[in-house]
Design a protein around this ligand. Structure first.
Ligand code: ARG
Ligand code: ZN
Length: 416
């Protein structure tokens, strides 16, 4: 009897092992003096704050908004600190747990997969199986490897079957675990492609002439962890002897100026670059796939959130890409298309100059490999909800993003 009770207790404990965020706030700081920047970095060293934007204290610079999540126990101290040092700030999220709870819409939760909800990995996995088997004329799937924890990474290939090899576009979502709107977009894209092929002339011509490879969730282990344990997780879930900290930032782990700037060699950092390029099996699987298909892949699109940006190389250097003018022109066209639907404003430009230098990103790596049209989207919003974008915004966000992605695809198709 004792043993049964003990076991039940353990099970209850395991089920309840989910991080809560009562009383935590997200603050936006506005450093306008070099002194402010130094102070913010010092603050980050002395207490544990989670950087939402930019993604780590090393990336803080003058005149950019700094969004940080502050645990309840430090709030008084942080407020005093900001006041005493005259650092302008505002509260973006009053109570993080309420924002987490408020993210899901209140419609009776269908147990099934839904395009307007944030589906967990189990649902996405069965969706991958059903969507590919019920549309076998337009879609096929292939496993490109397993994640660190052994989950299969499946790439969906969308396009009309052809006997000759077609040029292709590669798109991934969910490199960062907590950016749930990103993952939602890949599913939306697949749905739209399948349902508008044959009626929408642009989609029809795209899928007739090209294939689109979609990786619905890049960092599956991390994504699963955000659903089960910690909503704010960003990195992979890999462990290595020598450090008790878990995970590497997959978007610092690609072999592009690896770990030279805007990344950390500290395994505990949110922007840890890993112990070598492609140390993360997820990164290696994707890089291997793109290398294998290098001759046919004409565009690389990667979906993140938040900030409403459309970025292109370079991020590991301020140097302009050889194709800078063309990449900028296409980005501006895509942003205009996106804006035409609901007026959502995007900023476009090369990563380093537009936000901050950060090496090891997938976009720079793909570009240097020879994939000319390489773009990083940072979807909605600009910080009101940040990573906790309510489900009610999935539909409008995905609709407008479709216009931008289709604009890029149409341009690529025209310039094959
Ligand atoms: N917020 C993204 C990140 O930090 C931006 C990626 C831009 N590209 C890059 N190679 N840093 O991962
Ligand atoms: Zn991201």
């Amino acid at each position: 009897k004792m043993r049964v009770l003990l076991l039940l207790g353990l099970v209850a404990f395991a089920l309840a092992d989910i991080t809560r965020f009562e009383g935590e706030k997200v603050l936006r700081l506005k450093p306008v003096l070099e002194e402010h920047v130094t102070l913010i970095k010092q603050l980050a060293k002395s207490i544990e704050v989670d950087f939402w934007s930019p993604e780590s204290s090393e990336l803080v610079s003058i005149d950019i908004d700094v969004d940080i999540r502050v645990p309840a126990m430090y709030l008084d101290m942080v407020h005093t600190f900001l006041q005493q040092n005259d650092i302008e700030h505002e509260v973006l999220i009053e109570d993080l747990q309420s924002a987490v709870d408020g993210q899901a819409d209140n419609k009776p939760s269908p147990r099934a997969h839904s395009y307007t909800k944030y589906n967990n990995w189990d649902k996405i996995q069965s969706w991958i199986a059903s969507v590919s088997s019920s549309n076998s004329n337009l879609i096929s799937k292939q496993v490109i490897g397993n994640t660190y924890q052994g989950r299969p990474m499946t790439v969906l290939k969308l396009g009309k079957k052809s006997s000759s090899t077609k040029p292709a576009i590669f798109m991934d979502c969910g490199i960062h675990a907590r950016e749930w709107i990103s993952t939602a977009f890949c599913q939306w894209f697949v749905k739209e492609a399948l349902s508008t092929y044959g009626s929408d002339s642009q989609m029809t011509s795209l899928l007739d002439q090209m294939d689109v490879f979609v990786l619905p969730v890049f960092n599956i282990d991390g994504y699963d962890y955000t659903h089960k344990s910690n909503r704010m997780w960003r990195k992979t879930r890999s462990r290595r002897s020598g450090s008790s900290c878990i995970g590497t930032d997959p978007n610092r782990n690609f072999n592009a100026g690896w770990c030279t700037t805007g990344a950390s060699s500290n395994p505990c950092s949110e922007t840890f670059c890993g112990f070598k390029p492609e140390s993360e099996i997820e990164v290696k699987n994707v890089a291997d796939f793109i290398r294998r298909n290098k001759s046919i892949i004409k565009a690389y699109i990667t979906i993140h959130s938040y900030s409403q940006l459309l970025l292109f190389p370079y991020s590991y250097t301020y140097a302009l890409a050889a194709d800078h003018r063309e990449l900028l022109k296409v980005a501006e066209g895509a942003s205009a298309a996106l804006r035409s639907l609901y007026g959502t404003r995007y900023t476009s430009g090369p990563g380093a100059a537009t936000i901050y230098p950060a090496a090891g990103g997938s976009d720079d790596w793909a570009y240097d490999l020879g994939v000319k049209y390489s773009y990083t989207f940072e979807l909605r919003d600009t910080g009101r909800y940040g990573f906790l974008l309510p489900e009610s915004q999935i539909k409008p966000t995905c609709e407008e993003t479709m216009l931008a992605v289709k604009y890029i695809a149409a341009y690529v198709q025209k310039n094959l």
